[in-house]
Design a protein around this ligand. Structure first.
Ligand SMILES: Nc1ncnc2c1ncn2[C@@H]1O[C@H](COP(=O)(O)OP(=O)(O)OP(=O)(O)O)[C@@H](O)[C@H]1O
Length: 305
């Protein structure tokens, strides 16, 4: 349903001394209806950038995004508008979506107003149905964002995202700011909606437990690249980085340190991006590592078996 091919994103900053940062590098991804794909990795590995590329908030430096076979990248805004409702982003922070000066009812109604073609009564009925779907009562509708709890606010954001009948929800750390019990509740709300509507869910998180609980398939990202992808990743991790990431969570180990902290890779180095930190490296890891199929799993490490 949603397919990304060889996505690259490079940020350029600074006017006089420009620096370039490759945030996403050669990512391929496919999401099927009703499927939940978790994308995990440490802070700064490119998860949010990938989310923005998928929902067309960012244009890739190269690579393509397709929705049901139609190429979205490079499409003009007028045509792209038709597809925008189909792929919706649920951000970590509700403030990114909700206007603090508006009642939450108005924020949920806004997509219907923007896309047009609905009477006031129709919009009101649709907003009521969306509030009910995410478990909010009529009493919440007339409140402003600061009058709702974090969990209630995130449910308003989900209601708004559902307005235009999306087929894919991209949840970027959507539960990270909530406490554990509320996180579990929001995940349950999302899974229920997914089941009812047959949505594809992209669940971006650094919370490996949450990723394991909700996903059918996991993608592990490191320095902008997918290093491991498939089912059962956390039961039998095949890439040394996936193992280090799991240990970091389990034992609060310092094995996972940000790549910036160990300095840049040597100029012209085209081998494994995890080379500097990997305990299992050999000279063969200085060669480029392609994602290869290891018993149904894709792994970017020649040693995986
Ligand atoms: N607008 C930008 N300009 C320049 N660099 C950026 C910009 N946005 C992100 N980056 C850099 O790109 C890299 C990937 O950032 P991104 O936000 O995608 O990572 P992330 O995995 O989502 O991190 P986190 O989990 O902390 O949100 C980081 O090194 C970040 O500093």
């Amino acid at each position: 349903m949603l397919k990304a091919e060889n996505l690259h994103c490079v940020y350029t900053s600074g006017l006089i001394k420009t620096t370039r940062k490759t945030a996403v590098c050669g990512v391929d991804l496919e999401i099927f209806p009703g499927e939940t794909v978790a994308i995990v990795g440490e802070s700064g590995c490119g998860k949010s950038t990938l989310a923005k590329l998928l929902v067309q908030q960012l244009a890739p430096a190269s690579g393509e995004v397709f929705f049901e076979g139609t190429k979205l990248t490079g499409m003009n805004w007028k045509n792209l508008r038709k597809y925008m409702g189909k792929i919706q982003l649920i951000p970590q922070n509700p403030d990114d979506v909700l206007d603090p000066r508006w009642t939450v009812e108005r924020s949920v109604a806004e997509p219907f107003v923007i896309f047009g073609g609905f009477s006031r009564e129709e919009i009101s009925a649709k907003v009521d149905a969306l509030f009910a779907e995410v478990g909010l009562s009529a009493e919440h509708k007339t409140r402003y964002p600061h009058e709702l709890s974090g969990g209630e606010l995130q449910r308003v954001v989900i209601a708004r995202a559902l307005a235009l009948k999306p087929e894919i929800l991209v949840c970027d750390e959507a539960t990270s700011m909530l406490d554990v019990s509320v996180q579990a509740f929001i995940l349950a709300v999302l899974k229920e909606i997914q089941k009812k509507r047959g949505l594809g869910l992209v669940f971006i998180t650094h919370d490996l437990e949450a990723a394991k609980a909700v996903s059918d398939r996991v993608l592990v990202m490191y320095t902008g690249e997918i290093v491991e992808e498939g089912k059962g990743v956390f039961d039998r991790p095949l890439h040394p980085y996936t193992r280090a990431l799991m240990d970091a969570v389990r034992y609060a180990s310092l094995e996972v340190v940000l790549p910036e902290e160990v300095g840049p890779l040597p100029d012209g180095f085209s081998g494994c991006p995890y080379f500097r930190l990997c305990r299992e490296k050999t000279d063969a890891c200085k060669e480029p590592q392609k994602l290869r199929n290891v018993s149904g799993r894709l792994v970017r490490c020649w040693k995986a078996k």
